[in-house]
Every structure is written in structure tokens, then in C-alpha cells.
Design a protein. Structure first.
Length: 491
């Protein structure tokens, strides 16, 4: 006899035409007598194995560089599209010389390590298991050590995304099969922050705000972007009247971030602040809309910091209004995706691995294969475009690769792809009946204490909605279903 939990597991092949068509490779959609989650092959385990398989393929894609392109001049690693920061920074940031990050001054133009403290610790741990030396063999070992640790992060991300929406574990296949995720996973150390952020979202979905806050704080100690999730949490808790839960998460985040940073902040203040000063002083760089404007106009855009900050704050204000005016309180994953996407779109630089920040959130915010694959195609094109552009700029008179005009075009494609996914997420917020997650009457499976909670504050014509939203509990008890966005029961 199947359990209620198994019965209610959502099968994408029954709701998504692209998923149904893609399932033909493995025999077609599951039949009505199928037993999802039965035996060892649970959805979470399948998702994790697929994610690890794709991660391994991403490592294979770096093989030309591992075999020598990293050490044969700049152009070769770009033409093979297999560049990674990891082997190069092993020497350049003093790990080969056993220098202590943040405490020991570096000999090159970068005085101290320009990464947050937790990422610096991750890099240092990988160096401990790497044979000392500055040669190519040591750099290869260092990349392998980091790749092994990053693979663990990828598995954690897959588990967290698969378990965040209890009855939609198969949505995590979007993450597991994302080509841009596999291609960029070992370029840099971003997966550490992504794993901690995914775990924070999972903890929030389990109504554990303190654990979620602590994980957000740790993630922010590894990369700056996770702190942005506190904004959506505040807005949603404000609308639901659950500010105490937000305060708990905020306190946990602040405490965790401070405890991790305090030792380095106190003992090596110059090294500690390098990440923040570097981010502030960094000029307009690869992948940003500001680079396109700068190259087209010939203006270095020295005021890009001010413009980017102002536009980002303006967009955040728009997201706040959207949250309070929406017919139903938006889901956490939707707002989290939007704020991180805005940060990426308006940032002074877009490194190809930044797509990792968005992939788990996109899988939860808009679990539809067509939209996800459109966006991924744009990101893969950008991944290839930036390396071809760098090959062009490093090839001298040979001029092999993609010229500036072509690179500007792939930047615009990347921007439009992300804007497209933002647009469909906003549409789902404004018309919640079009949200794939809410079509069965669910409220917010990742909402935790917010899931099914009545509104306490809403603006516009929806301000009168105070009744609890239609939930699965209400459905099973025979309670009246609530109209979309009205807060009033159907007759």
C-alpha cells in the first residue's frame, strides 16, 4: 500500500510537456501503477547521482586544461573553454609558498587574498592536502583537491533543493541536469556559498528560522550575495505578521557571520577588509551591461558604482512593492531568485560561475523545463563567448576568437535570458494561478512558518485578505477553497 506522501509526489512528466517528451529517453512518463520513491531509488538519491554525474562531466570538460593548457600560455585555456581560477591562484595567492591567508602579505600586485574568510579557509584546507611546490603537478593536485570538496558541495545542494519542496523532489532535476552548472562548477569556489544558501532555504522550509539564519550568515562569510535573502524574508514576514521569525533568522545570521569573521577582523584587519575594498574599487569588468556601455561609448564609467547601487536599490524597492501588492503573498524562492538576479544583472562584473547562484533558486522559483532551458541556453552561450573573447584579446596579431562586438552580443543574450526568467517569475507572482507550484492549491512549500499563514499587511485591493490561504490541510479537512488572490472562500 502506498503512503500518502508517495501518492502526493508531483511527477513533472504529468504536468510539464517538455519533461514528458524528454522522458521518452528512459521509457516515457511513469504510469499510474508506478511507485515513486519505492525501494532504494528514491527521488533524492536519483537527483544526487545525476548531479554528481553532471559534475564529473564538467570535470572531464576541463581535461584539456588539466593536461597542459593551464600551463601553456593564456590563449590555449581560452580556446578550449576550460579555464579555472583554482590552479592559477594556488601560486598567485601564496598557497604554494605556505603563506597564511589574510595574515601574510602577497608578493604580487594583490597584497592580500581578495576572498571572504570562509572561502579563504576552504582554499587553505585544500592546500593542506596538496603536495607543496609551485610546479604544474602541484597545481593539478590543488585543482583536484578543490574539485573533490566542491563535489561534496554539489551533492549538498542537490539534496537540499530536492527536499525543500516536500512533494516536488523531481524539480531538483533542473539543477542536476543544468549544463551551465556543470560547466562552471570548478571555475571558482562559489559552490561553497551556494551549498550553505541551499541549506538555509531548506531549514527555513522546515520552520527552523534560527538554523536558516545561521546558515545565511555562514554563506555570507563565504560570498556576499547570500545576505540578499534577508530582504525577501523580511518582506514576507512583514506581510504575514511573522516578524519574530525574521528577527530570529536575522540574529542567527549576524552572530554566525561575526563569529567567523571576528578572529581575522581583529588579528589581521588589513587582510580581512581586502575583499570589501577590492569589490568597491574594482572597475567595470567582464560580462556586465556597464562593460557594453563602456566599450560602445569609450567612457570608462568611473561612476558605475553609484549608478549600479542606485539602480539596484530602485529594483529592490520595486520588488518590495510587488511583494506587498501581489494578490497572494509571493513564495520565498520567487523573491530570492528576483533579488539575486537583480544583483547579478546590475553588478559591475559577471563572471561565468555566478550562474551557480541562480540555478538552485530558479529550480524552486519556476520549475518549468521550457523556461529553464531557454535561460540555460543563454548562459551556455555566454560561457563560450567569454572564453572566445579572451582568446581573441590574448592571441595578439592572430586575432583568433570573438571580437568585442561579438562579445557584447553574448553579454546581451545572457542579460535577456535572465530577464526572461525574471519576467515569468513576476508573472507567476501577479497571476498565482499560473505558478506551477501553486496549481494544486499549495501556498509556499519553502515558506516554513509562512506556509498557509494569513496576511497581516497587504496593500491595494488585496489588503482586505486576512483569511488563511487554501492549504493542503484545509483540502483534506473539507474546508472551503480560497479564490486566487481574494482571501474569500468560494461558494
Amino acid at each position: 500500500m502506498r503512503s500518502v506522501r508517495e501518492d502526493r509526489t508531483v511527477r513533472p512528466t504529468e504536468q510539464d510537456p517538455v519533461a514528458a517528451a524528454g522522458s521518452e529517453f528512459i521509457g516515457g512518463p511513469a504510469g499510474r501503477r508506478a511507485r515513486p520513491g519505492g525501494g532504494w531509488w528514491t527521488p533524492v538519491r536519483v537527483v544526487v547521482l545525476v548531479a554528481l554525474g553532471m559534475f564529473a562531466l564538467g570535470m572531464v570538460q576541463k581535461l584539456p586544461c588539466y593536461d597542459g593548457a593551464w600551463f601553456q600560455g593564456a590563449s590555449s585555456q581560452y580556446t578550449h573553454a576550460c579555464y579555472s581560477d583554482i590552479p592559477h591562484l594556488y601560486n598567485a595567492r601564496g598557497f604554494a609558498a605556505d603563506l597564511v591567508p589574510y595574515f601574510d602579505r602577497l608578493p604580487g600586485d594583490m597584497e592580500y587574498l581578495e576572498y571572504p574568510v570562509l572561502t579563504g579557509l576552504f582554499m587553505e584546507v585544500a592546500s593542506w592536502i596538496t603536495p607543496y611546490g609551485g610546479g604544474s603537478a602541484a597545481q593539478q593536485y590543488y585543482w583536484l583537491a578543490n574539485a573533490g570538496m566542491l563535489m561534496v558541495c554539489a551533492a549538498v545542494i542537490a539534496v537540499c533543493v530536492a527536499r525543500t519542496h516536500r512533494h516536488r523532489p523531481w524539480d531538483a532535476l533542473l539543477l542536476a541536469l543544468a549544463p551551465a552548472f556543470a560547466l562552471t562548477a570548478t571555475i571558482n569556489w562559489d559552490l561553497l556559498a551556494v551549498a550553505l544558501t541551499a541549506a538555509a532555504v531548506l531549514m527555513w522550509s522546515r520552520s527552523r528560522p534560527l538554523a536558516a539564519g545561521v546558515l545565511i550568515g555562514l554563506a555570507t562569510a563565504a560570498k556576499l550575495y547570500p545576505v540578499l535573502l534577508l530582504g525577501p524574508l523580511f518582506l514576507l514576514c512583514l506581510r504575514a505578521g511573522r516578524l519574530r521569525a525574521f528577527g530570529t533568522a536575522l540574529g542567527g545570521a549576524a552572530a554566525a557571520w561575526f563569529l567567523v569573521n571576528m578572529p581575522v577582523m581583529a588579528l589581521a584587519p588589513e587582510g580581512w577588509k581586502k575583499f570589501y575594498t577590492f569589490s568597491q574599487e574594482r572597475p567595470v569588468d567582464f560580462g556586465s551591461i556597464w562593460l557594453v556601455i563602456s566599450q560602445r561609448t569609450g567612457d570608462p564609467l568611473e561612476g558605475a558604482n553609484a549608478w549600479a547601487t542606485a539602480l539596484t536599490l530602485l529594483c529592490f524597492a520595486g520588488i518590495a512593492l510587488l511583494t506587498l501588492y501581489a494578490p497572494r503573498r509571493p513564495r520565498l524562492a520567487q523573491l530570492a531568485f528576483l533579488v539575486v538576479a537583480v544583483f547579478i544583472l546590475l553588478n559591475k562584473v559577471y563572471s561565468p560561475q555566478y550562474v551557480l547562484w541562480l540555478v538552485p533558486l530558479a529550480a524552486l522559483a519556476r520549475p518549468r523545463w521550457r523556461d529553464f532551458l531557454v535561460w540555460q541556453a543563454c548562459e551556455v552561450l555566454y560561457f563560450l563567448g567569454i572564453w572566445m573573447y579572451l582568446a581573441y584579446t590574448s592571441s595578439g596579431d592572430d586575432q583568433k576568437g570573438l571580437p568585442a562586438e561579438g562579445y557584447q552580443l553574448v553579454i546581451l543574450v545572457h542579460l535577456l535570458g535572465t530577464l526572461y526568467l525574471c519576467a515569468v517569475v513576476v508573472r507567476d507572482i501577479l497571476f498565482p494561478e499560473r505558478d506551477p507550484v501553486r496549481r494544486d492549491g499549495s501556498d509556499d512549500p519553502s515558506g516554513g512558518v509562512l506556509d498557509g499563514a494569513p496576511d497581516s499587511l497587504a496593500l491595494g485591493r488585496h489588503a482586505r485578505a486576512r483569511a488563511p490561504l487554501y492549504s493542503e490541510v484545509a483540502a483534506s479537512s473539507g474546508a472551503a477553497r480560497v479564490r486566487w488572490g481574494s482571501g474569500l472562500p468560494q461558494g
